[in-house]
Write a protein that binds this ligand. Structure first.
Ligand code: UDP
Length: 458
């Protein structure tokens, strides 16, 4: 078999930072092991290929240009995510198949497609038609995936759909989760939610393997539970961004420099870093509670307010007049930061997060304890694990988002119990490093993954 054929990978990420970033990190890891990488990407959020000179990019367009592109919004703010995912899969199924055919039919046959797990069975059909093997990348943790996979059971036992009267009840089949931690999202189409999740789980089960951005020491119990139930091979090779080929000199823009200068002026471990990721949004009322809560703590804060974060506004229109008079140089609001750089900065004392999986891993790997305000899907599961299992954060539920509570929980994290949590965090950081070391589990799984992929054509 010719060598080039064996070492070619096609990747199909979901076009959002929380999914695209880990896919690119995985691309670097595989490229470093000798694979050539082609990335098929939706025209929406199409990245600047000059930032990734080692990879070939192909754009695919929404299949019916006359219909409204489901991805025409800059993010999913205010959208029903369930409808959105369904539309996404429908719109890009044919373009993906056509693009795959063009790649594979060109003589330089690819040996494997790696697609984001959320694309579900869309990619199974396309890969089968084209005749290539398919693996999935799961950009969330194992525990949340197990909770998604348990949807039929959760439904049979009437945990789902969630009833307000049962929120605090333990889900005995999935400890330590409570009903309110189940990975659901608000939707006008509850039946569709089951179908969307089921499609994702089935797409993973029928794949040739699941690549996971996690590490064995971190999720050993849930990994064992998963493997005892599902036959598909798993490759927990994370944290991806900590592999040496992902530790890159960062390209800083003017805002990054300004943020870094500001952080340099703060004392060690004093800054509250606040970010709710790339998709969550909040009501104006919640925004104001956060504004006053942050001010009341009298701690320096760095807050990422994306445009679109506050529903119905462009950016900071709702900020009360005179706010900065009370804050001065103690606070900084930005539209986006280089989060890895921020978390690695010695001035950062706590991360107030929505508990997206990437943010969770990044905070743990940089040794920063958290305050957890999960919004939807896997964030709720991650938050429960952060608080109850790994014990590196306090919960601040969205339903409790008032200025007094914010002040109280942030102070508690910064002052009283935060040090213990930082130590627990650093222990996890150390365990991640061990897993990534030459004989560690992530390195071994990576070797297995490479052999697995190489075996596909033989
Ligand atoms: N991120 C960033 N700058 C920001 C906010 C987020 O670089 O201002 C990155 C963050 O480092 C993470 C990703 O965006 O890698 C967000 O992924 P996550 O899974 O935490 O949340 P999501 O955006 O998918 O809800």
């Amino acid at each position: 078999m010719d060598d080039k054929k064996e070492r070619s990978i096609i990747m199909f990420p979901l076009p959002f930072p929380g999914h695209f970033n880990p896919m690119i990190q995985l691309a670097r890891i595989l490229h470093h092991r000798g694979f050539s990488v082609t990335i098929i990407h939706t025209s929406f959020n199409f990245p600047d290929p000059t930032h990734y000179p080692n990879f070939t990019f192909r754009t695919i367009h929404h299949h019916n240009e006359e219909e409204e592109d489901p991805l025409s919004k800059p993010d999913a703010s205010g959208m029903d995510l369930v409808t959105f995912i369904r539309q996404l899969r429908q719109s890009y199924a044919d373009p993906l198949r056509d693009s795959l055919k063009a790649e594979v039919g060109g003589g330089e046959t690819a040996c494997c497609l790696v697609s984001d797990v959320v694309w579900g069975k869309t990619t199974e059909v396309a890969a089968e038609e084209v005749g290539i093997r398919r693996m999935v990348l799961t950009t969330s943790g194992v525990a949340s995936f197990c909770a998604f996979a348990a949807y039929p059971l959760l439904r049979d036992k009437h945990y789902l759909p969630i009833q307000d009267s049962r929120l605090d009840e333990p889900v005995t089949e999935l400890p330590p989760l409570r009903v309110k931690d189940l990975p659901v999202m608000e939707t006008n189409e509850p039946e569709e939610l089951f179908r969307v999740v089921n499609n994702m789980v089935e797409g993973a089960k029928s794949s040739s393997g699941i690549i996971w951005n996690t590490f064995e020491d971190f999720e050993s119990t849930t990994l064992m539970d998963f493997s005892s139930e599902f036959r598909v091979p798993v490759f927990p090779i994370g944290p991806f961004y900590k592999h040496s080929e992902n530790i890159l000199p960062t390209m800083k823009n003017k805002e990054d420099h300004a943020t870094n200068d500001w952080l340099n002026k703060q004392s060690p471990r004093t800054v509250v870093y606040v970010s709710f990721g790339s998709l969550a949004d909040i009501e104006e009322k919640e925004f104001l509670e956060i504004v006053w809560g942050l001010r009341n703590t009298k701690r320096p804060f760095l807050w990422v307010v994306r445009s679109g974060l506050v529903r119905g506004t462009d950016w900071l229109e709702s900020l009360p007049c005179g706010f900065w008079e009370n804050i001065g140089l103690k606070g900084k609001i930005v539209k986006w930061v280089n989060q890895l750089e921020v978390l690695a900065h010695p001035a950062v004392g706590v991360f107030w997060t929505h508990c997206g999986w990437n943010s969770t891993l990044e905070s743990i790997c940089e040794g920063v304890p958290m305050v957890c305000t999960p919004f939807f899907t896997d964030q709720r599961v991650n938050a429960r694990y952060i608080v109850d299992v790994w014990q590196v954060g306090f919960m601040l539920e969205r339903s409790n988002l008032d200025r007094k509570e914010i002040d109280k929980v942030l102070r508690k994290q910064m002052l009283e119990e935060g040090d213990g949590m930082r130590e627990s965090c650093l222990k996890l950081t150390e365990r991640a490093n061990v897993c990534l070391s030459k004989d560690g589990s992530s390195s071994k799984y990576l070797e297995k993954l490479v052999s697995h992929v190489m075996s596909f054509d033989s």
